[in-house]
Design a protein around this ligand. Sequence first.
Ligand SMILES: CC(C)(COP(=O)(O)OP(=O)(O)OC[C@H]1O[C@@H](n2cnc3c(N)ncnc32)[C@H](O)[C@@H]1OP(=O)(O)O)[C@@H](O)C(=O)NCCC(=O)NCCS
Length: 174
Amino acid sequence: MDAYGDQVRLRAMDVADAEALWRWNHDAEVMRWMDEGYAETTAQVAKWLGERPENAYGDVLFGVEEPGGTLIGLVRLHGAEPETGIAELDIYLGEKDFWGKGYGTDAMRTACRYGFEKMRLRKINLTAVVENEAAVHIYRKVGFIEEGRLRQVFRRDGEWIDKFTMGLLAHELR
Ligand SMILES: CC(C)(COP(=O)(O)OP(=O)(O)OC[C@H]1O[C@@H](n2cnc3c(N)ncnc32)[C@H](O)[C@@H]1OP(=O)(O)O)[C@@H](O)C(=O)NCCC(=O)NCCS
């Protein structure tokens, strides 16, 4: 099922989304605080989208649509295990014209609510580069708490930078 927030719709991604995903992954500004990986072709991205298993408990990938229906980013809950009920969350909005309009916050809340209510997760974890102030701000805003600091694990502009590990228990979502 799709998941609806106040503003965004979260829906499954398919091969038709490959061009957008390729463009985001090759945009230095979008990828500034994330691991870029190696260069890929659009065909490789399409193959990945086409061949990945359907969404299921251990790996749920959602495209984020704004109210006009444009795909603006993705959010993913992955690595969930029934023994712990803990999943990892990744989010990024690749369409920069849509930054700063509340969609990231709404997508976070909607994905976390989906995780706690539909998947019955107990906890959601993520990591964020400490200098990525907008991301850390929205994570705190929806209730994530800093639990630790991984020292010098991310490299940008020749510098090694720390990351926060952050966690959210079901009753902390706001
Ligand atoms: C981080 C990201 C998901 C945020 O989504 P968004 O839709 O732009 O964010 P929102 O509009 O919901 O909220 C932005 C908030 O951050 C704040 N903010 C923006 N830039 C900021 C900065 N430099 N320092 C502190 N706060 C900042 C805004 O004031 C706003 O807070 P408010 O609603 O309390 O006023 C999105 O910008 C993105 O995907 N960026 C690139 C990829 C990325 O960094 N992903 C996260 C990897 S951990």
